[in-house]
Design a protein around this ligand. Sequence first.
Ligand code: IMP
Ligand code: MG
Length: 183
Amino acid sequence: MSSIVIHDHTFKTKISSAEIQKAVADVAKQINKDLKGKKPLFLAVLNGSFMFAADLMKKINIECEISFVKVASYEGTQSTGSMKQLIGINEDIKGRTVVIVEDIVDTGNTIENIWNELNTMGVAELKVATLLFKPEAYTKTVPLDYVAIVIPNDFIVGYGLDYKGLGRNLEDIYVLDYENDKK
Ligand code: IMP
Ligand code: MG
């Protein structure tokens, strides 16, 4: 087990690169089987999903397309908190099989927003592929079709996921190490 410090916190290895690759391969295998002949459009949600999306795509062997979207948060006109809007969709997604590619589903707020917005655009079929899922934190009902790794409700970093901007480049996934934390 290795330990790293990012900003003010200590993290320890949780999921090795080899375990991640195995889980990604399993998801790819399932997608290859389920979506063969449907020419799916993968929509990877930046920034967090870039590494998962790249590794997943290398293992997809059916005809497909990939594009990248971003969720922009902005303050609503009312003082009701922040709204979320999907930006970057240039393809005509009407009638398509669309697979949302996410790094992690935590409370589910983000995926629910994306799901609802894409559903107003006339897609034929909408699927979700997420690298990580925290079932204990999930409060929504959007079906998560492809989950690579289920994790407890702990804060993690690496393989695309960041802690205050750092750690996305790490090959393994690390978890906050409460016992050895300086705080
Ligand atoms: P949700 O909307 O609560 O499902 O959270 C989704 C977003 O929160 C993800 O796309 C991540 O950007 C971020 N997030 C949730 N859990 C973690 C974590 O453990 N580490 C890093 N980012 C996280
Ligand atoms: Mg994300």
